[in-house]
Every structure is written in C-alpha cells, then in structure tokens.
Ligand binder design. Structure first.
Ligand SMILES: [Zn+2]
Length: 242
C-alpha cells in the first residue's frame, strides 16, 4: 500500500503540476519544473497578443499624389515655356516720294491747245492745264501740304479743292468726281497721297482735271496763276504708282 500510495501520490502531484501549468499564466518556471515540452505549453497562445501589440503597423500612405502633382507642374512649366516663333517679315522701305504727277493713270492726255494755260475763254483766259482721263482716275497731291479749301461751284469748277504746298505754292484741282474727296479742309497730306478722283462736275464737257498752280496765294492780293505745264512735264518723269 505504501508503494502504491507513493506511486499514486507522485502521479497526483504530476497531474496537479500539469493542471497548475494549464491554469497559471506565469508558465515558464513551473513548466520547467514539471518537465512538460514547450510545444505543449498553452501559455504560448496567451503571450501572442502582447507581442503583436508592439508590432509593425501596416498601410503607410505612399507619396504617389506628390509625384503626380510634381509631374503636372512640370508639364505646365513646359507649356508656358513654349513660345510661338513668328518669322519676321522682310521689311521693304517704301520709296520716298517728294513730288508726284497729280494724275495716277496711264491713259491721260494734255489735250489740245484749247486746254492749255492762257487759252481764251469768254470773259477771261484759261488759268490752268487740263488733263483728260477716265472718270474715277486717282488725283494725288503733287507736293506735301495742307488742304486749305474745298467747295462746289455749279457753273464753273464743280467739286474742287485747294492744297497749300510746303513750297508755299497753291495747287488747285477742279471738276472732281462727286463724293470722291478723301480729304477735308485742314488735312495734312504727303506727296503722292490720294486726294480725290477725276470727274466731270461743274462747267465741264468731259472727264478731266483742271489743274492750276498759284504763286503768292490763291486769289490773294498779289497772287497769280502760272503755266503749270513745265512743272507737270518735270513731274511726269518721277516714279509713281501704276
Ligand atoms: Zn481747264
């Protein structure tokens, strides 16, 4: 009985130790004393949560958005840097015109003797030179100056204008086409600038320009017209628009 009791006591003690190991959370010292294998220790499961609490936190945000933003910025910079290169047009200096024949055409004529300066008229003499061409032919300033007068005379000059040249001579243009005046009193014009168009207004029997040159002022005291033909022949040789 004593041996059996002793064996039973050992077995009971071992079982008690095993139960203690199972129940007690502090396992290491008791398990070692009880001789149980580490794989069987139920305490291993109990320890796992403590280890995981200090573990790695997954799911760090990646800086993809920053990369995209930087890419957008670079594209914007590239687009802003792009500049349209417009090829420079070759600049050709226009010819300097200091004087011009007053009629811009190719078919004009001075007419016969009756259309010259000094030809007899009823009660007076012809005070200018006539130039015949088609109605609408451009009339231009023979010299730079200022338009000093424009008006209409039914029984004589028709639509006409007077240009005071920078050379202090007055240039008179008569029988101009109705509504063709490109200038008004006070207009500053350059030599060769269009003034009006050739017409047949006033006392006129066909389309022509009646052209006068005055020295000393147009109808001013001491002023008088001169024969414009020599001057016009000189202007004929100057370059002009076709
Ligand atoms: Zn005339």
């Amino acid at each position: 009985m004593a041996l059996i009791r002793g064996k039973t006591a050992r077995t009971l003690i071992t079982l008690c130790v095993a139960l203690l190991v199972a129940i007690t959370p502090v396992t290491t010292a008791l398990a070692d004393s009880g001789g149980a294998s580490p794989g069987d220790q139920p305490g291993h499961k109990i320890k796992q949560p403590d280890q995981e609490s200090g573990g790695i936190v997954p799911g760090q945000p990646k800086p993809r958005s920053k990369k995209k933003a930087s890419k957008k910025k670079t594209t914007k910079k590239k687009s802003s840097k792009k500049k349209k290169t417009v090829p420079k047009k070759p600049t050709v200096a226009p010819p300097v015109i200091t004087a011009s024949f007053p009629v811009w055409g190719v078919t004009w004529t001075y007419g016969d003797a009756d259309m010259r300066f000094g030809a007899g008229r009823s009660g007076h003499i012809h005070q200018g030179q006539d130039v015949a061409d088609a109605e609408g032919t451009p009339i231009v300033a023979p010299k730079a100056g200022e338009v000093s007068w424009t008006s209409f005379q039914e029984g004589g000059a028709g639509y006409y204008l007077v240009l005071r040249g920078t050379d202090n001579r007055d240039y008179v243009f008569m029988h101009l086409q109705k509504g063709s005046l490109k200038v008004r009193i006070g207009s500053i014009v350059k030599a060769g600038q269009r003034l009006a168009s050739m017409g047949n207004t006033g006392r006129s029997s066909g389309s022509h320009l009646h052209f006068e040159i005055w020295l000393g002022g147009w109808y001013e005291k001491g002023g008088h017209p001169i024969d414009p033909l020599p001057q016009m022949k000189a202007w004929e040789k100057l370059p002009r628009r076709s």
